[in-house]
Design a protein around this ligand. Sequence first.
Ligand SMILES: [Zn+2]
Length: 277
Amino acid sequence: MTNCIIARSVGKNGRNDYSDVLKVQNRLNEFIDARTLDLLRLDPDGDCGKLTTAAICLFQELYLNHKHPDGRIDVGGPTLDKLNGPIDVERPGDVNDILARSIATTLRHASCMHFTVDGITFLPGNFAKLAEYFEKKRLRAIYSPAHGVNAEYFHKNTSDYKGCLFAGFQKASSAVERSIVIHECVHAYCDSIGRNMMVDVAEAIAHFAQTLYYFDATGSSYPATGNSNTNALLTKCFAAVKQLWLDGRRTVKPNEFETLRKAAQSLSNGYFAYDGT
Ligand SMILES: [Zn+2]
């Protein structure tokens, strides 16, 4: 890392002395090289042109959450301070970081996630651990408008947390959104323990957890989705959740799970893809 020490202001309406601009350009290029600023490398020419100012603006937007970046770096100011800080840090203005934070919050407040199904025990601590991975970016959250109201988990490497969770919502806020996060994170957890499971088993478990979470949050069954097979599975999950709750149990019985697994078999969606709306 190059420490960026400037004598006078750089950027829009700044003094823009050659050596100061050069230092800022070189430092910004380190962010660009690390791909945390999605821009083409700046030409380090000591001239503060449009591209350099644009890079400063984007930096302020992402790292300082400025809604109206002024594009200027002042000596002793917050922009310079952040510019000299770590590159791989949580950026408050980044949509993916906003999503990751809301996922982590959801996972840290999942105290009802304490159950055993198909021989796997889920504990709130497992979800808290996943929250930590989202915060440390070992698991990535990616805001993907194409996913609409849904989310999808992709695992890249079952031996490590290198998966990504794509979500069509910018923030997991509503009970439905948070339940979807729980569903996908059950996949992430199963991924992390390296358990090789069939799609119907994985989906039965994930839908069960989702229903349990939603029931705990709202006291009701998960709302109907656009897919009748998903609805049938969710209805069976709700019956199992309610029975568990009535019996004061934490373990889904094998025959109950078999019912869920069979219902999950009829889901026509792809591998580990959640299609509930
Ligand atoms: Zn799923």
